[in-house]
Ligand binder design. Structure first.
Ligand code: GTP
Ligand code: MG
Length: 354
């Protein structure tokens, strides 16, 4: 079986799975048109022929892209694709200028590359939170007739129209960095879990090493910004020395913010209930001390199985002081609770960063 896996792996060019690490959106943005200039003449009592007093049109709104640490993915752009800033208002009599159109600010996650969707050319790379870029400038307002008065034409009957806004088709591209990594022994149910909570649907199977390359999925929640989860191949004892597959992918989760440590409750050995938990943590530490320090959410899976309750009780009795979440990735039990715990942990870390 392993040979078959190896063959398959070689057949997969890195490109194939690199695609999964990218979030993309194609959107159209349009800046506001400038307001038209006004043609108007002063009309006052006892002044039969007042001069021209048409005001200028207002400037159209800009479309601005802003990198925001509140955004983790391009999920928002799956459902809205057309964006337009406001037009400038027309000028009025008495030299009153039209109001400027409001700018439209679109928040995108830091690290988003903005390109021209038609030519593929990169326009801008927004990396730091707070960084802004005017992607489409609003049209200038047209000048009112008051501006065109000259010695030879004291009563111009014309004004400028406003300049049109720009329309751009953009491709947004974000290399996804997972916020959450799922770790555990082979068969713990990591891929089943990522399927249950996210847009990723990797292969699952009742044999070890079903997953050969990491999978990334975007998880949408009811509590705010979606987050990204990575499921990596199972870790086994000796992984840090190269046993199994998981180790070579640990670097993918080095930059995650939290880890879900997934344990198959049906394989808990009553004689040594914490064995798998300790094995994984030891491997993390041998690989990289920082990784071992990352905050973990410990999750017992497969609680739908017969005798699961007994195994969970035993585990809990031994794992004093460790908070445990119970789920069945297969039936969905406990999944919402887990999602809300992940969101809470991420929010807490976000606050610490601020
Ligand atoms: N009864 C039950 N079976 C589960 C549950 N979660 C996963 N399984 C099964 O456990 C087996 C392994 O699941 P996977 O999701 O492939 O496990 P994995 O951790 O990704 O395994 P590797 O990729 O090999 O490391 C599959 O047959 C799943 O159907 C669960 O909550 N309950
Ligand atoms: Mg898997």
């Amino acid at each position: 079986m392993l040979i078959a896996h190896r063959k398959k792996r070689n057949l997969w060019p890195s490109e194939v799975y690199r695609v999964k690490f990218i979030d993309e959106a194609i959107i159209t943005v349009q800046s506001g048109d400038g307001g038209r200039g006004c043609v108007s003449f002063r009309r006052e009592k006892f002044i039969p022929r007042g001069g021209p007093d048409g005001g200028d049109g207002g400037k159209g709104g800009d479309v601005i892209l802003e990198a925001s640490s509140q955004k983790r993915t391009l999920y928002f752009f799956r459902y809205r694709k057309d964006f337009k800033a406001k037009n400038g208002a027309g000028g009025q009599g008495k030299r009153k200028a039209g109001k400027h159109g409001d700018d439209l600010v679109l928040e995108i996650p830091p690290g988003t590359v903005i390109g021209d969707a038609d030519t593929g050319q990169v326009i801008k790379d927004l990396t730091k939170p707070g960084e802004k870029y005017i992607i489409a400038k609003g049209g200038r307002g047209g000048r009112g007739n008051a501006r065109f008065k000259t010695s030879t034409n004291r009563a111009p009957r014309f004004a400028q129209p406003g300049e049109s806004g720009e329309i751009l088709k953009l491709k947004l591209e974000l290399k996804l960095l997972a916020d959450v990594g799922i770790i555990g022994l082979p068969n713990a149910g990591k891929s089943t879990l990522i399927s249950a909570i996210s847009s990723a649907h990797p292969k699952t199977g009742s044999y070890p090493f079903t997953t050969l390359v990491p999978n990334l999925g975007v998880v949408k929640t009811d509590w705010g910004e979606p987050f990204v989860v990575a499921d990596i191949p199972g870790l086994i004892e000796g992984a840090h020395k190269g046993a199994g597959l998981g180790i070579r992918f640990l670097r993918h989760i080095e930059r995650t913010r939290i880890l879900i440590h997934l344990i198959d409750s049906s394989s808990i050995d009553p004689a040594d209930p914490l064995m798998s938990y300790k094995t994984i943590n030891k491997e993390l530490e041998m690989y990289n001390k920082e990784l071992a320090k990352k905050s973990q959410i410990v999750v017992l899976n497969k609680i739908d199985m017969p005798d699961a309750k007994k195994a969970v009780d035993i585990f809990q009795a031994f794992a004093k002081g460790i908070k445990i979440i119970l789920i069945s990735a297969l039936t969905g039990e406990g999944i919402d609770n887990l999602k809300s715990k992940i969101v809470q942990s991420l929010d807490k870390l976000d606050k610490l960063d601020e």
